[in-house]
Ligand binder design. Sequence first.
Ligand code: DLL
Length: 411
Amino acid sequence: MKKIVNYAYRRVPIIRQKFKAAGITPDSIRKIEDVAKIPFTTKEDFAQGYPFGLMAVNPERVVRIHASSGTTGKPKVVYYTRKDLETWTRLMARLYDCAGVTSKDIVQNMYGYGLFTGGLGFHYGAERIGAMVVPAATGNTKRQIMLMKDFGTTVIACTPSYALYLCEAVKAEGLDPRKDLRIRIGLFGAEPWSEEARKKIQDTFGMLAIDCYGMSELYGPGVACECPEQNGLHVWGDEFYIETIDPDTGEVLEEGKEGEFVVTMLNREAMPILRYRTRDLARVVWEECECGRQHPRIMRIKGRSDDMLIIGGVNVFPSQVEHVLMQIQELAEFYQILVTHDKLDRLHVQVELKPDIAAKKDYDLAKLKARVENDLLSVLSIHASVELMQPGTLPRVEGKAKHVVDLRKKE
Ligand code: DLL
């Protein structure tokens, strides 16, 4: 910690200014409790430093950049030296190992290759453990399914929303996902997903669906992942020093309390990051896992503090809506949340029917709609109008799902 604090202070003017404003120097950080004095790094710092202002090394030493969407329309740009790529690859190899993937596996990587960190991150990690990598990237679902079948893919990596889409797409190709495919593990992340979604994916393919968490600012994927116990995500504590804070006051919370997840990267060369406010909400547990790993665990990330919708003063997380919908047998897993404002804020949920329900002539849809509205009301404490949609009418995605359309901002 002392080493990285010194390094960041000496090399990054934006960080030095923050220390000055807080009235501290690296010498003020003597014991672990002093970490709380270190100023946070925020998403806004990425906007201020765009594109290369957070670089701590001579640009000649940077061998790759990635980027993700930022708060101001400009992307957040992240940079890597050769050593950073090596560390990231090692963490990704650990992720595969933790999930139970070995050199015998055939890994079909359906994350986007490019500025997004998912594609190359999962690619190099799989090569490092010696698996056979199929760099399929996103798109062309029919071809993806053909490759899975012909190559005998045993591991898939993609967003959970794409995996949900694959559940129906594989069947539409006339295949039985359990008999005709050999997929045994799925590595899913880049967006929040529910236990119900996990169950659906696992049951359809007969695979273990593993939750993987990361973000571009922290290398990319490979910050944390589940083991087969599926009981929290192991954060690689030797690379990432983690805290949870009260998002309003910035106070460090005690163990086990849910708060904003804050991360310090202990070894980053091109872009040292101290106390990064991720905006993700997490709960940290330090007990040893059944699998024997002693790394701290975060319980599944339910959402971001800035994903929260405020509807007429009531806080609503999209994950709560998903949770309700996924428990209703008659509904498919495709939904969209629309928020409008017409004198009052209004919440509208569109959800597709399962094909067998939609095909039934005399099915009482009015009754089903009332039941969904009622279930939503009991969980959200506000009324949401529900629209039951025909199968295949809502948009399908290959990358991260956009479940919320907030039309209030445009009015
Ligand atoms: O999504 C990196 C990644 C790629 C992670 C592939 C996992 C798999 P960004 O595009 O920068 O990076 O988005 C990071 O996505 O702050 C979370 O809000 C969200 N997120 C990522 N993984 C999970 C997860 C990649 N497992 C942002 N559960 C993060 C919930 C997740 N949210």
